[in-house]
Write a protein that binds this ligand. Structure first.
Ligand code: AMP
Ligand code: MG
Length: 401
């Protein structure tokens, strides 16, 4: 039997790191930036108007008042996007729109609301200070400065900034293509009615959801029968198309352990991990492709995914925080975990108010087939296997899902 940490390290090594690829911005959301990004242009790239109004010299409208407007000829019209802007002669105004380049010679903008809106001549009823309503070139970003750091998890604001400084692709850790394979002759899919002895397949759905959330491109081979020839025929030809295979079921100590029987002696090692649920585990390379074999019980699958697969993939994808956030919380009821194994129990965590410790209520029993309580849970309670009696009120570690 190996420890959880040992198997975590094995899975992480098998999964490895992802190569860096330059992806179009539209395909980068949620991925991790692999290099610092320096701005190729300043933001704004040029002095421009912050208002719809009139570009002026402040000195020309110094005497303007509500009851005594200053009248200036409108010498030019500058909509946004104008690239050939004439200079502003003294004693004139240019009608200017938000985002349009400030003409040379102008030092400020009078907002249209403080004018009569004239197109030939304009009556200006307020004085302005130099610089008013002008957005200066580089006041946001100076060309050459680092605007995004390597390791940034790219969200809408980061991608918007990258686009604004003229970038159309970013170097990110490439999400892997993952093949999910669920095994079990008892598994059927809707709308097939259940016959006695059959159940609806659910692990692949859970794994696809978890992997998709990580940004993986997921393919599925759903419900391979417990037959080595079937398993090999369904999976082996697809190894060339994927970067990782995750299987469920067929790895424990029974008689028809299809994954174990198919992959023993291929480079995949099967072990028992000192944890509950999720003891039977395996990982390795099959024809050079990383394979992680999870047990079959749905709770074991989710716990194994959380403890082994998700952190390994997040690390591979460049996330600095590969693990779920961990907090301490007070148990609302006593638990009796097994000795010598790390037990993960489903829990419902409620944060404390005003900095007090939160509480965690176990959901359902320890049975690894109990899916309903899994869906009620928002965390996993981690019990270290040192004590078989954990009284109500104890402080325990909690992984927030
Ligand atoms: P196994 O490890 O293959 O013996 O599976 C352990 C238990 O999990 C059995 O009760 C299976 O019926 C169940 N199981 C295995 N795979 C799935 C699946 N994909 N969906 C739902 N239940 C499953
Ligand atoms: Mg099975």
């Amino acid at each position: 039997m190996i420890s959880v940490e040992e198997h975590r390290a094995r899975v992480r090594e098998v999964v490895g790191t992802r190569p860096v690829v330059r992806r179009p911005l539209a395909d980068c959301a949620g991925l991790v930036l692999a290099e610092d990004l320096a701005a190729g242009v300043s933001l704004p790239p040029f002095d421009n108007s912050a208002m719809d109004g009139y570009a002026v010299r402040a000195a020309d409208v110094a005497d303007a008042r509500e009851d005594a407007p200053v009248h200036l000829p409108v010498a030019a019209d500058i909509p946004a996007g104008h690239v050939d802007v004439p200079a502003l002669e003294p004693g004139t105004a240019h009608r200017i729109m938000t985002g349009a380049p400030l003409p040379e010679g102008a030092d400020s903008v009078v907002m249209v609301e403080r004018t009569d809106g004239g197109t030939e001549r304009v009556a200006i009823s307020t004085a302005v200070t130099p610089g008013l309503h002008v957005r200066r070139a580089g006041e946001d970003v100076t060309a050459g400065t680092i605007v995004l750091r390597s390791g940034t998890v790219l969200g809408p604001a980061h991608l918007g900034l990258a686009a604004a400084v003229g970038v159309d692709r970013l170097p990110v850790y490439a999400p892997p293509r993952v093949l999910v394979v669920s095994t079990g002759t008892e598994l059927v899919h809707p709308p097939t009615p259940l016959r006695h002895g059959q159940i609806y397949e659910s692990n692949s759905v859970m794994l696809v959801a978890g992997l998709t959330e990580l940004g993986c491109e997921v393919e599925v081979v759903r419900s391979v029968a417990d037959d080595v020839a079937h398993f090999r025929a369904a999976v082996e030809p697809r190894l060339t198309e994927v970067d990782l295979v995750v299987t469920s079921g067929g790895v424990s100590a029974g008689a028809y352990e299809v994954v174990k029987d198919s992959l023993t002696d291929t480079g995949v090692t099967f072990t028992k991990v000192a944890m509950q649920p999720g003891g039977p585990q395996g990982c390795g390379l099959w024809h050079g492709v990383p394979v992680v074999t999870l047990p079959g019980n749905p709770v074991s699958v989710l716990v194994s995914f959380e403890v082994f697969v998700r952190p390994a993939l997040r690390a591979a994808l460049g996330h600095r925080d590969a693990d779920r956030p961990r907090v301490r919380a007070r148990l609302t009821e006593a638990l009796t975990p097994p000795k010598g194994k790390r037990q993960y129990r489903r829990g419902r965590y409620t944060p404390g108010t005003d900095g007090t410790t939160g509480v965690v209520a176990p959901q359902g029993g320890p049975g690894s087939h109990l899916l309903a309580s899994l869906a009620q849970a928002n965390c996993l309670i981690v019990l270290d296997g040192e004590s078989t009696e954990v009284p109500e009120g104890s402080l325990v570690d909690v992984l927030l899902l």
